[in-house]
Design a protein around this ligand. Sequence first.
Ligand code: SAH
Length: 389
Amino acid sequence: MSRKTIILPKGKRARGGSPWIFSNEIRMDEAAKAIAPGTVINVRGDDGRAFGTGYFNPKSLIAVRLLAEECDVVIDAEFFAARLTRALALRDAVYDRPFYRLFHAEGDGVPGLVIDRFDDTLTVQIGTAGMEKQQTAILMALDKVLKPKNVILRGDAPNRALEGLDSYVKTARGEAKRIAVEENGVRYIADLQEGQKTGWYYDQRDNRAFIARLAKGKSVLDAYSYTGGFGIAAAKAGAKEVVCLDSSAPALALAEESARANSVTIQAVKADVFEELERLKKAGETFDIVLTDPPPFVKSKKDLEPGAKAYRKLARLAADVTAPGGFLSIASCSHNIPPERFAVECGQGLLRAGRRAALIHQSGAGVDHPVHPLLPESAYLKSLVYALD
Ligand code: SAH
């Protein structure tokens, strides 16, 4: 096999089983730099030791992402079909309806590949040059394992630029745009072409179910609601009033449509969350349950301090509009803030709001978002629920 080899020189290599190898860990000589982004390579030590099969991008900080622990593993439709079959078996063991994240990158053994399943429709997110090269093999594997009716390629994640990739949304099989998502017995409508990310955030499924358990007879503020994942679940569970707050008009329009599909009522408010929380506080308005699920405040390591401050402020402002005896949920989808730091910032925010609180629920994403055991930072979602005095 004329496969190229990337060398991990001894003193430099930090690899402790992580599927990522950084550009400063490898021998980045002229031969390596000349390898086309996304090429499948072997990784060996300078002593010849095999580190595995991966794909390489000389332009990326994460230079190698490993696909297998052995060298010379053939990466083709059969390889992807085997990984998909394993991922599908895990979901089949947990979910009784075909609505879930079918494939979660490193956690399912293929860095750069994320697939969400909405019954016979799939959205595929390819995040790296290596996976872009394998698009045909991946689609063949999907046809073999699942025979999906519709496949949408969401090649529009902003981090693709780091890999030198362009941005596109394409339909690879069939045709689908707006579809129904079933989750926790609630029916939502998602826009798979124009919605954010893959069109739906499956990661919060279990946390939505937890909030629904608290919601009967309560007033609920769903801040950063997107298409109403939490709010509609709360309304369906018997909340007496639900406000969905988001800056995206299309997301709120879908939330209203989903509410009608479940014969419940929500109030959609288009506003900036920080501004609206300040306004509600001034107006003296409170809610029995306040939940906040913001976009990542810590987008990269250098944003840690300002991002941490933003979480603290959000916790304070959200506590200000939580009724006495109410519940407050704060989530973070930033993998760049460690869970302990996030919890401290939220705790400090509650303290500054002058509220005594008990942390009653801590969780992350659901089972359909498995984490590679040696890549703990891929467990990006953190969710904390407090009971306030
Ligand atoms: N809770 C949602 C997911 C939230 S994603 C669910 O369960 O599906 C984050 C949301 O925050 C997006 O919908 C985005 O439009 C919204 N957003 C981002 N910045 C905002 C801001 N400053 N004010 C209000 N909403 C904002």
